[in-house]
Design a protein around this ligand. Structure first.
Ligand code: AFP
Length: 329
């Protein structure tokens, strides 16, 4: 089952579908292959290292960040089904050029997540969200982009690891495809992914421990205690690439946490580009995602680059950390 066929068969579930939405997913799969082609050259040609720019969040922009950002934009700007895009690398909205038609959908993406890992050949990825526009017509507006995550019509991520994966959900399960380089096609490798209800792997930057609030410190202390009956101690796995850590959590169960702390009260992750799409994927696989008290997908974003704490993974694990943060344990 190729990704192309999967998308087309998904379209047939909706007799009213115009094919526009499928065209968007096809466009994204092409962009994925173009970025992957460049990623696999890392170390061989001059694409490692930094540009001299900082992005909106104050992170150094790597050459591959910039390449992925432009490649995704150019693969999607002319398809005629988008009215606006927004990318983590750009401060403002990305408008569709005047000479291309405006469409009914909105694309939001993090072109290269985990970019601090690029030069060390550690898994990185890209994350995307698709919404229906809410503005009446013409060019897309901030209102189209600042929708709560529960309004997503599709989301997914690309994973650049030992192999390249395209994982997506368009409301009918979460499905993973692996690129077969010999034919240049994504083939269905992970059908209807379901996250385990609980799991004993935790993923967090424990270097921030001293800055966490006491409830968070107590929670981490709790999961490290020895107690066979409850699967403790949990094992720690943290790559520093959210998309890789969440992918592992999706398959093996457990929890990924990026809490707020005294330096960054709302954490480091971006609600619109990172938390919402991954929350949509994980919830559709039977998991949960919260900011510690509120479901991520229910948060109304106020600004494009706003941060939010994130606790995402197996539903029982997210419930457990919420109980600690609410002072119930
Ligand atoms: P970049 O895409 O700028 O590298 O951000 C990576 C990230 O947002 C996310 O992928 C990681 O989980 C998180 O930052 C790592 O942050 P710490 O370095 O603070 O652990």
């Amino acid at each position: 089952m190729t990704l192309e066929r999967h998308i087309s068969e998904g379209e047939r579930i909706h007799p009213e579908a115009t094919g526009e939405f499928s065209a968007l997913l096809h466009g994204l799969s092409l962009a994925a292959k173009l970025v992957w082609r460049e990623v696999t050259k890392a170390g061989l040609v001059n694409i490692l290292g930094k540009t001299d720019r900082m992005n909106v969040s104050g992170d150094e922009v790597k050459k591959l960040d910039e390449f992925a950002d432009e490649t995704i934009f150019k693969a999607m700007d002319h398809v005629g089904h988008l009215c606006v895009m927004a990318s983590e690398e750009n401060e403002d909205l990305l408008q569709i050029p005047d000479h291309y038609p405006q469409g009914r959908y909105v694309l939001i993406y993090d072109p290269l997540d985990g970019s601090s890992n690029i030069d060390a050949n550690i898994t990185i990825g890209s994350i995307f969200s698709i919404y229906r526009r809410v503005s009446p017509g013409g060019k897309g507006t901030m209102e189209d982009v600042l929708q709560p995550g529960c309004k997503q019509v599709a989301a997914g991520y690309l994973l650049f690891g030992f192999s390249m994966m395209f994982v997506y959900c368009a409301g009918h399960g979460v499905h993973g495809f692996t690129l077969d380089p010999s034919v240049g096609e994504f083939l269905l490798s992970h059908e209807s992914i379901r996250i385990p209800h609980r799991g004993s792997i935790y993923s967090v930057n424990e270097g921030n421990h001293a800055r966490w609030q006491p409830a968070m410190q107590r929670y981490i202390h709790f999961i490290k205690q020895d107690d066979k009956a409850t699967g403790r101690p949990y094992s720690l796995r943290y790559t520093g690439s959210l998309v890789a850590d969440v992918h592992r959590t999706l398959l093996y169960g457990g929890i990924y946490c990026y809490p707020g702390d005294t330096k960054n009260p709302s954490g480091k992750l971006r609600l619109v580009y990172e938390d919402n799409p991954l929350a949509y994927i994980v919830e559709n696989a039977g998991g949960a995602a919260s900011d510690g008290g509120v479901r991520i997908l229910d948060i109304q974003p106020e600004t494009l680059h706003q941060h939010s704490p994130l606790f995402i993974g197996s539903p029982d694990e997210v419930k457990l950390v919420e109980e600690f943060l609410a002072g119930k344990r």
